[in-house]
Design a binder for this molecule. Structure first.
Ligand code: FAD
Ligand code: NAD
Length: 465
């Protein structure tokens, strides 16, 4: 049995773990990272990146299909297009492969030792890793748990065969004729929309009274309208019950209590993710939990001295950029720097059609702590750039305190607004006032002018509406 010692051991090379290890390496810490799968974790291999690749491919295909059907107001026409999903998936896999190699290279450049294999705690300072060449023991002064999350499985729709998780959906070699999506949250709607654009007849089954319950109704309305335009059937307040006897349909109890069969060549179950807390010896170290997650404090410390946890395994929001920010912070803490979680906001972007962005507080959230607000909303239908991009649906909304005009939150829904999230986050993080946003020259013609106009509107003197 081989044995090594190090200052810092990171378990899991997803966005949380690999960023933590790179930063630790940069700071001169003797660092080891262990990964059971491929570098990059869920996000890079079966999450953020491959899903956005598929969404882009679907958008491109849908665009040309609309043109071929003579629906294009730009006057472009062409012959009926076809899509070779095998090639699409191979293109997506090449992107993933390039990024796998990139992450491995960055770890190496930072002087981090990578071990391939599954780690298991022996005690709070010792981990054993099952590698291809045998068991490797790693002793570390400090350990960071970054084991991520896995899809939630419904007992009456276990994964396998036609019932797939997001991982299965991102590897389909053919577009199913019919797709039932259970769960109208992030993944269900991002991938459901993509498959609808690729030609599948999609039905979304959501248990709650509305889809994307994390976002307020005004933000979700343009998405619901677009889903209807794409022919996606959305059943809210509905419960999936299991597969029909012949296995060719999903049985659903609709809001009125009636049973319905939804034809489904595939059933995509996207009802959330749960922390990966099993199979690596958590019971050996008995850490405190916050519900199913590992409990952490503002420095990502767990209940055991010298053991930190970051990313999805520590709770909501389960987003890659939160994991990365925690990873960077923990590396700096271990290197002796004075750091604690001091972020004003964690941006959230939903890559639906149109996209949704939310940074900081929504109007309802802001009302809970602030009596008087100034809210400005600017529609993309009054934005020249949005018109030229055929993206007039949606708006930008700014929420600020009425007394000192401090910006508390910014939301937008619209085509391509994910790229506005940087400006929104910067404004909230820097403590911008409405006057700062309104007084900044925004390039014309860009969708970002909608941000400036929303701030002007909150101040009572929007120029273009
Ligand atoms: P993970 O990325 O889950 O990585 C954990 C790693 O630990 C894995 O590689 C795993 O193999 C490894 N591991 C686990 N146990 C062990 C062990 N015992 N030994 C060794 N290795 C181990 N987030 C966004 O911010 N934007 C998006 O657009 C987005 N899109 C998504 C789309 C999909 C389809 C999915 C599924 C998720 C998406 N997410 C998105 C969420 C994002 O992927 C996660 O928030 C992020 O990956 C969490 O990072 P992490 O480092 O905590 O864990
Ligand atoms: P989610 O929490 O976004 O959505 C799950 C949905 O399923 C909810 O609307 C919930 O009400 C519904 N639901 C739960 N049980 C149900 C049932 N039995 N029948 C019908 N509906 C049911 O979860 P997800 O879509 O699986 O995504 C998991 C996580 O991955 C997200 O929370 C997010 O943190 C991350 N993610 C982020 C992005 C992004 O940032 N763009 C994209 C994809 C995933």
């Amino acid at each position: 049995m081989k044995e090594i010692s190090c200052k810092l051991l990171v378990i899991g090379a997803g966005p949380g773990g690999y960023v933590c290890a790179i930063r630790a390496g940069q700071l001169g810490l003797d660092t080891v990272i262990v990964e059971a799968g491929k570098p990059g974790g869920t996000c890079l291999n079966v999450g953020c990146i491959p899903s956005k690749a598929l969404i882009h491919a679907a958008d491109e295909f849908f665009k040309v299909r609309e043109m071929a059907q003579g629906h294009d107001p730009l006057g472009i026409s062409l012959a009926a297009p076809a899509i070779d999903m095998g090639k699409t998936i191979a293109w997506k896999d090449r992107i993933v492969g390039r990024l796998n190699t990139g992450v491995a290279g960055l770890l190496k450049k930072a002087g981090v030792k990578s071990i391939e294999g599954r780690a298991r705690f022996r005690d709070g300072k010792t981990v054993e890793v099952e590698t291809e060449t045998g068991t490797q023991i790693v002793r570390a002064e400090t350990i960071v748990i970054a084991t991520g999350s896995v899809p939630v499985e419904l007992p009456f729709l276990p994964f396998g065969g036609k019932v797939i998780s997001s991982t299965g959906a991102l590897a389909l070699k053919a577009v199913p004729a019919t797709l039932a999506v259970v769960g109208g949250g992030y993944i269900g709607l991002e991938l459901g929309t993509a498959f609808a654009k690729l030609g599948a007849k999609v039905t979304v089954v959501e248990a709650l009274p509305r889809i994307l319950p994390l976002y307020d109704a005004d933000l979700v309305r343009p998405v619901s309208k677009r889903l209807a335009d794409l022919g996606v059937r959305v059943l809210t307040g509905a419960k999936a019950k299991g597969l029909s006897q012949g296995g060719d349909a999903l049985i659903v109890e609709t809001a009125d209590g009636k049973a319905q069969d939804i034809p489904a060549e595939r059933v995509l179950v996207t009802v959330g993710r749960r922390p990966a807390t099993e199979g690596w010896g958590l019971e050996e170290i008995d850490l405190d939990r916050a519900g199913p997650f590992i409990r952490i404090d503002e420095r990502c410390r767990t209940s055991m001295r010298g053991v930190y946890a970051i990313g999805d395994v520590t709770g909501e929001p389960m987003l890659a950029h939160r994991a990365m920010a925690q990873g960077e912070m923990v590396a700096e803490i271990v290197a002796g720097m004075k750091r604690s979680w001091d972020k004003r906001s964690i941006p959230a972007v939903c890559f639906t059609d149109p996209e949704i962005v939310s940074v900081g507080l929504s109007p309802d959230e802001a009302r809970q702590t602030t009596a008087e607000l100034k809210i400005g909303q600017f529609p993309f239908s009054a934005n020249g750039r949005a018109m030229t991009l055929q993206g007039e649906a949606g708006f930008v909304r700014v929420v600020a305190r009425a007394d000192n005009h401090l910006v508390l939150g910014i939301q937008a829904v619209g085509s391509g607004v994910s790229e506005l999230s940087a400006a929104f986050s910067l404004a909230v993080e820097m403590g911008a006032r409405l006057e700062d946003v309104a007084g900044t020259i925004h390039a014309h013609p860009t969708q970002s002018e909608g941000f400036q106009e929303a701030a002007l509107k909150a101040l009572g003197h929007a120029l273009h509406t």
